[in-house]
Design a protein around this ligand. Sequence first.
Ligand code: CA2
Length: 155
Amino acid sequence: MAKTIFVLNGPNLNLLGSREPGIYGRETLIQIAARTEACAKAHGLGLEFRQSNSEAQLIEWVHEAGENADGLIMNAGAYTHTSIALLDALRAVALPVIEVHLSNIFAREDFRHRSYVAPAAQGVISGFGGQSYELAIEAMARLLGSKGKAKKKKK
Ligand code: CA2
Protein backbone atom coordinates (compact mmCIF):
# COMPACT_ATOMS: atom_id res chain seq x y z
CA MET A 1 0.00 0.00 0.00
CA ALA A 2 1.19 3.54 -0.79
CA LYS A 3 2.52 5.50 2.15
CA THR A 4 0.57 8.63 3.01
CA ILE A 5 1.95 12.05 3.87
CA PHE A 6 -0.10 14.72 5.60
CA VAL A 7 0.75 18.31 4.60
CA LEU A 8 -0.73 20.73 7.13
CA ASN A 9 -0.90 24.49 6.63
CA GLY A 10 -1.61 27.08 9.27
CA PRO A 11 -3.24 30.48 9.53
CA ASN A 12 -3.63 32.90 6.63
CA LEU A 13 -1.97 30.61 4.09
CA ASN A 14 -5.38 30.45 2.37
CA LEU A 15 -4.70 34.10 1.38
CA LEU A 16 -1.68 33.23 -0.74
CA GLY A 17 -1.66 34.68 -4.22
CA SER A 18 -3.89 37.60 -3.32
CA ARG A 19 -1.66 39.71 -1.04
CA GLU A 20 2.03 40.14 -0.12
CA PRO A 21 3.33 38.67 -3.44
CA GLY A 22 6.73 40.25 -2.72
CA ILE A 23 7.19 37.92 0.26
CA TYR A 24 5.11 34.85 -0.57
CA GLY A 25 4.92 34.87 -4.40
CA ARG A 26 1.86 34.83 -6.66
CA GLU A 27 0.93 31.17 -6.41
CA THR A 28 -2.27 30.28 -4.55
CA LEU A 29 -2.33 27.52 -1.94
CA ILE A 30 -4.51 25.51 -4.34
CA GLN A 31 -1.81 25.74 -7.01
CA ILE A 32 0.87 24.75 -4.48
CA ALA A 33 -1.31 21.82 -3.39
CA ALA A 34 -1.59 20.64 -7.01
CA ARG A 35 2.19 20.80 -7.53
CA THR A 36 2.86 19.05 -4.22
CA GLU A 37 0.31 16.36 -5.08
CA ALA A 38 1.98 15.71 -8.46
CA CYS A 39 5.37 15.48 -6.77
CA ALA A 40 4.06 13.04 -4.15
CA LYS A 41 2.47 10.92 -6.88
CA ALA A 42 5.77 10.80 -8.78
CA HIS A 43 7.35 9.39 -5.61
CA GLY A 44 4.57 6.84 -5.17
CA LEU A 45 3.22 8.61 -2.07
CA GLY A 46 -0.37 9.41 -1.18
CA LEU A 47 -1.04 13.00 -0.03
CA GLU A 48 -3.52 14.70 2.28
CA PHE A 49 -3.09 18.50 1.88
CA ARG A 50 -5.02 20.69 4.36
CA GLN A 51 -5.17 24.25 5.69
CA SER A 52 -6.77 25.71 8.79
CA ASN A 53 -6.71 29.04 10.58
CA SER A 54 -7.45 27.28 13.87
CA GLU A 55 -4.67 26.06 16.18
CA ALA A 56 -7.03 23.47 17.71
CA GLN A 57 -7.89 22.07 14.28
CA LEU A 58 -4.21 21.79 13.35
CA ILE A 59 -3.54 19.90 16.58
CA GLU A 60 -6.44 17.52 15.84
CA TRP A 61 -4.98 16.88 12.38
CA VAL A 62 -1.53 16.19 13.85
CA HIS A 63 -3.18 13.55 16.08
CA GLU A 64 -4.99 12.13 13.03
CA ALA A 65 -1.71 12.00 11.11
CA GLY A 66 -0.22 10.07 14.03
CA GLU A 67 -2.90 7.41 13.50
CA ASN A 68 -3.19 7.37 9.72
CA ALA A 69 -0.07 8.79 8.07
CA ASP A 70 3.54 7.79 7.55
CA GLY A 71 4.98 11.30 7.57
CA LEU A 72 4.00 14.89 8.27
CA ILE A 73 5.00 18.10 6.49
CA MET A 74 3.99 21.24 8.35
CA ASN A 75 3.86 24.93 7.53
CA ALA A 76 2.38 26.17 10.78
CA GLY A 77 2.36 29.80 9.58
CA ALA A 78 2.58 32.23 12.49
CA TYR A 79 1.87 29.41 15.00
CA THR A 80 5.43 28.30 14.19
CA HIS A 81 6.63 31.15 16.39
CA THR A 82 4.10 30.88 19.22
CA SER A 83 2.61 27.42 19.70
CA ILE A 84 3.97 25.18 22.44
CA ALA A 85 0.72 23.19 22.07
CA LEU A 86 1.64 22.35 18.48
CA LEU A 87 5.15 21.38 19.56
CA ASP A 88 3.70 19.03 22.19
CA ALA A 89 1.36 17.46 19.59
CA LEU A 90 4.20 16.97 17.09
CA ARG A 91 6.39 15.41 19.78
CA ALA A 92 3.57 13.08 20.77
CA VAL A 93 3.24 11.45 17.36
CA ALA A 94 5.77 8.86 16.28
CA LEU A 95 6.17 10.27 12.77
CA PRO A 96 8.94 11.95 10.83
CA VAL A 97 8.10 15.67 10.60
CA ILE A 98 9.49 18.19 8.11
CA GLU A 99 8.90 21.90 8.73
CA VAL A 100 8.43 24.05 5.63
CA HIS A 101 8.14 27.76 4.94
CA LEU A 102 7.65 29.70 1.75
CA SER A 103 9.84 32.56 2.95
CA ASN A 104 13.28 32.38 4.57
CA ILE A 105 12.19 32.98 8.16
CA PHE A 106 15.81 33.62 9.21
CA ALA A 107 16.11 36.55 6.80
CA ARG A 108 13.01 38.24 8.24
CA GLU A 109 12.04 39.88 11.55
CA ASP A 110 13.72 38.55 14.72
CA PHE A 111 10.43 37.14 16.06
CA ARG A 112 10.29 34.78 13.06
CA HIS A 113 13.73 33.31 13.81
CA ARG A 114 12.35 31.19 16.64
CA SER A 115 10.42 28.06 15.66
CA TYR A 116 8.52 25.89 18.15
CA VAL A 117 8.03 23.30 15.39
CA ALA A 118 11.72 22.80 14.60
CA PRO A 119 12.66 20.83 17.76
CA ALA A 120 10.11 18.17 16.74
CA ALA A 121 11.21 18.12 13.10
CA GLN A 122 13.73 16.04 11.25
CA GLY A 123 14.61 19.15 9.24
CA VAL A 124 13.47 22.57 8.04
CA ILE A 125 13.05 23.80 4.44
CA SER A 126 12.56 27.55 4.27
CA GLY A 127 12.74 30.17 1.57
CA PHE A 128 11.98 28.43 -1.73
CA GLY A 129 8.40 29.61 -2.21
CA GLY A 130 5.99 26.89 -3.33
CA GLN A 131 9.00 24.73 -4.18
CA SER A 132 9.71 24.31 -0.44
CA TYR A 133 6.83 21.81 -0.39
CA GLU A 134 8.23 19.77 -3.29
CA LEU A 135 11.66 19.73 -1.65
CA ALA A 136 10.00 18.50 1.54
CA ILE A 137 8.23 15.68 -0.36
CA GLU A 138 11.57 14.72 -1.89
CA ALA A 139 13.20 14.65 1.57
CA MET A 140 10.27 12.71 3.06
CA ALA A 141 10.40 10.15 0.23
CA ARG A 142 14.07 9.55 1.05
CA LEU A 143 13.39 9.28 4.77
CA LEU A 144 10.60 6.77 4.24
CA GLY A 145 12.35 4.93 1.41
CA SER A 146 15.55 4.41 3.32
CA LYS A 147 13.94 3.17 6.51
CA GLY A 148 10.49 1.95 5.56
CA LYS A 149 8.11 3.66 7.99
CA ALA A 150 10.72 6.03 9.46
CA LYS A 151 10.37 6.48 13.20
CA LYS A 152 11.24 9.79 14.76
CA LYS A 153 14.47 9.70 16.75
CA LYS A 154 14.07 10.01 20.53
CA LYS A 155 15.33 13.41 21.71
O1 CA2 B 1 7.02 31.70 5.04
C1 CA2 B 1 6.12 31.00 5.51
O2 CA2 B 1 5.69 29.99 4.94
C2 CA2 B 1 5.46 31.42 6.82
O3 CA2 B 1 5.12 30.23 7.53
C3 CA2 B 1 4.22 32.21 6.45
C4 CA2 B 1 3.50 32.78 7.67
C5 CA2 B 1 4.47 33.56 8.56
O4 CA2 B 1 3.81 33.99 9.73
C6 CA2 B 1 5.68 32.72 8.95
O5 CA2 B 1 6.56 33.53 9.70
C7 CA2 B 1 6.40 32.23 7.70
C8 CA2 B 1 2.39 33.74 7.24
C9 CA2 B 1 1.41 33.18 6.27
C10 CA2 B 1 0.50 34.31 5.87
O6 CA2 B 1 0.36 34.30 4.48
C11 CA2 B 1 -0.18 35.39 3.89
C12 CA2 B 1 -0.39 35.29 2.54
C13 CA2 B 1 -0.91 36.36 1.86
C14 CA2 B 1 -1.23 37.51 2.53
C15 CA2 B 1 -1.03 37.62 3.88
C16 CA2 B 1 -0.51 36.54 4.57
